[in-house]
Design a protein. Structure first.
Lengths: 172, 118, 394
């Protein structure tokens, strides 16, 4: 087992563990902090996949903005951040069975795929992947329409959120 | 890839250890005399009244929201900036259009008073 | 390369050969990387000790007094004395505080600042690691610092700490927007996010090509650090000590040291992005000179930070946020647009410098005119007091 595989296994366990803790903790702020750890684990996996830019954007956007938004929401809206009792769904057993079935199906399908253990071809070091991404984002043959639609989507999200959260305007 | 990011990984570990050293040292050296008044929450020298919570002020949330939108915008624009050489003027203008749409959003927030700290 | 031309590279080769002959490759890589990490991290920490002394001396001179001059010659050992004092203070953890979060917060705060030093280019070839996304990495690492403030404020279980933490985070995330946008301008001009390339591309220092962006970067970075005039977070008369009210002893010391290191890092980053980093006469040949240049320019940036701190009064939080969202963000966005368009048109030609300077001047002029018009209108709308009879002695 190479060092890279070791790091991957450790990170996966860390991410899964943090995900589990996120949903099971009664103290919501603890949940949010475990979520931050899980998101950081995902960033590490991006690094292992040679996607340094995505890893950095993950930390910048998810941990730097979204997690902080969630923590604000939790800390501001609850006087007491601890739930009174553990909220476990009454259908826990059925959910577990369904999840196990899906996992089994996934493993069987992946096992049938010949290339599952193949290494991805290593990117040659001269390729400037970020520049290629940038060029692809604005090139008319590639992703320019989704790029502009993304900005409109962001605008819509901003306006929508402001409409919902707008402070009541005081008459002067 | 490996070596560049490996440096960062080890750096995180080492950078986490360095501040721990003085704290551990302090744990040995510093006195430890707890008493209930010292351990109580500080409120300008008087007793605390009520739970520890902060008045809900939607303004904090709105700032975080607008920041989130501009953060994602920056994440999209950085590759555009890096690929600048390979882009014709038209592509540069597309990026400018992206920015202008979000400037429109900022203006909306401004006019609706969402950026006031009231 | 001889020793004098490239000391670190020379020693690095020797150690690397030694290690790779001795151990299997994975271990050798690991230990070599560990050594370089320890060197870079120690550099950051050792410089803090010197920095605190510099800060106190210079702040004192601005205030027409001497600063520390008793502990050691010229007060040089003052920081050591302070460290010893802080270590021997009792570490009071409030009873109802959330222990784990309370303890992690100061460490995370220091880690967030130290991590920036991993990508600082000291000289040609001397860099911790030349990530191809170095600039965005710096912005991402800042978000850990913001998280540590939230953790510190909340885990103290103290209304004022929490309130202070919220206001601090509101300020920090607001000022991150113009910082990100003005960071995009050097990236655009250098066509790369890598830190080494950023410096290598500065045949003309970027402060000449984008002066107003540099200024906005400096302003928003000062706000990111939490220094006057933006130091509402620690203003004693406002909310006690803000988010680190409940921290004692060395943990408080860590927050304190982290802030100083962050301020110096801001100076160094300003030097890298806008003042040409390690570039200077003879830097490519004698690499140590490059590092000297960077440190000099970094200290210049740090001096500017200290100068501003000693000169300007504290801004109120609503003014501060209004400045950010209504002035810095639109101006930096318009600068980005203008720089992008002008650099595309004139980038390869000799007209690059004049065109970009003209663009900056136009934005500055427009900004000034708009501000003047707005402030005039606000002056007219300000409520005036009715004239009252002047008190006369009876």
């Amino acid at each position: 087992m190479t060092a890279e595989q070791g790091v991957f296994i450790f990170t996966s366990f860390l991410t899964l563990f943090s995900g589990y803790m996120t949903v099971t903790r009664t103290n919501l702020v603890h949940s949010a902090l475990f979520l931050v750890v899980a998101l950081f684990g995902v960033a590490v996996i991006f690094v292992l996949l040679d996607a340094g830019f995505l890893a950095v954007v993950q930390v910048l956007v998810y941990i730097g903005a979204i997690a902080i938004l969630m923590i604000f929401a939790v800390m501001l809206t609850r006087g007491n951040v601890t739930d009174e009792q553990e909220s476990v769904s009454p259908f826990f057993g059925w959910a577990l069975l369904l999840a196990a079935l899906f996992a089994f199906a996934l493993i069987v399908m992946l096992g049938q795929w010949q290339d599952v253990a193949a290494q991805a071809p290593a990117l040659s070091a001269e390729r400037n992947t970020v520049a290629e991404l940038g060029a692809a984002l604005v090139s008319p043959e590639a992703y320019v329409i989704p790029f502009e639609v993304a900005s409109v989507l962001l605008l819509a999200a901003l306006i929508g959120a402001l409409v919902v959260a707008r402070p009541q305007k005081k008459k002067r | 890839m490996q070596n560049t990011w490996l440096f960062i990984g080890i750096f995180i570990a080492v950078a986490a250890v360095f501040p721990l050293l003085p704290i551990v040292l302090a744990a040995f050296v510093a006195p430890r005399k707890p008493n209930p008044i010292k351990l109580d929450t500080y409120e300008c020298g008087i007793e605390t009244v009520g739970d520890t919570w902060v008045q809900f002020k939607v303004q904090y949330y709105i700032y975080a929201l607008v920041f989130l939108v501009f953060d994602i915008e920056a994440a999209f624009l950085f590759p555009w900036a890096v690929a600048f050489d390979a882009l014709p003027l038209f592509a540069v203008l597309e990026g400018v259009l992206f920015i202008l749409i979000l400037v429109g959003g900022l203006l909306y927030a401004w006019r609706k008073g969402a950026l006031e700290w009231s | 390369m001889s020793f004098w031309q490239d000391p670190i590279g020379f020693l690095g080769e020797i150690i690397r050969n030694f290690l790779f002959n001795l151990l299997p490759e994975a271990w050798a890589t690991f230990i070599f990387t560990l050594l370089s990490v320890v060197i870079v991290a120690s550099f950051g920490l050792i410089i803090v000790i010197f920095l605190i002394w510099v800060e106190r001396k210079i702040a004192a001179r601005f205030q027409d007094r001497l600063g520390p001059n008793r502990a050691g010659p010229y007060g040089l050992l003052q920081t050591f004395a302070d460290i010893v004092k802080l270590i021997t203070k009792e570490d009071v953890v409030p009873e109802k505080a959330d222990k784990l979060t309370f303890n992690i917060a100061p460490i995370l705060s220091v880690v967030a600042v130290l991590l920036i030093w991993a990508v600082v280019p000291f000289a040609p070839g001397w860099i911790g690691t030349d990530l191809n996304v170095g600039v965005l990495y710096i912005a991402a690492v800042g978000s850990f610092g913001i998280l540590s403030i939230l953790m510190a404020g909340w885990s103290s279980n103290n209304k004022y700490a929490l309130l202070g933490a919220f206001r601090a985070v509101a300020q920090l995330i607001s000022y991150e927007v113009p910082m990100l946008i003005t960071l995009m301008v050097p990236v655009l001009l250098a066509r790369s996010m890598g830190m080494m390339e950023m410096v290598q591309d500065q045949d003309v220092w970027f402060i000449v090509l984008a002066p107003v962006s540099g200024l906005i970067f400096m302003v928003s970075s000062i706000a990111e650090v939490g220094r006057t005039p933006f130091d509402l977070l620690e203003a004693e008369s406002e909310i006690v000590a803000g988010y680190h009210t409940e921290y004692t002893g060395m943990k408080f010391g860590l927050f304190f040291a982290g802030e100083f290191l962050h301020a110096f890092t801001v100076g160094v980053l300003f030097a890298i992005f806008f003042l040409g980093g390690w570039r200077g006469p003879g830097a490519e040949e004698y690499r140590l000179l490059g590092m000297v240049y960077l440190m000099l320019k970094g200290f210049l940036g740090y001096f500017i930070v200290m100068w501003v701190r000693s000169t300007l009064p504290r801004i109120r939080i609503d003014h501060m946020l209004a400045l950010n969202w209504k002035f810095l963000t639109p101006v930096s966005l318009s600068l980005l647009v203008l720089t992008a368009i002008l650099d595309k048109i004139y980038g390869e030609t000799a007209l690059r410098i004049p065109a970009l300077l003209a663009g900056n001047a136009v934005v500055l002029l427009l900004g000034y005119l708009i501000m003047r018009a707005v402030s005039r209108r606000q002056t007219k709308e300000r409520p005036t007091f009715k004239k009252r009879p002047v008190a006369k002695p009876a």
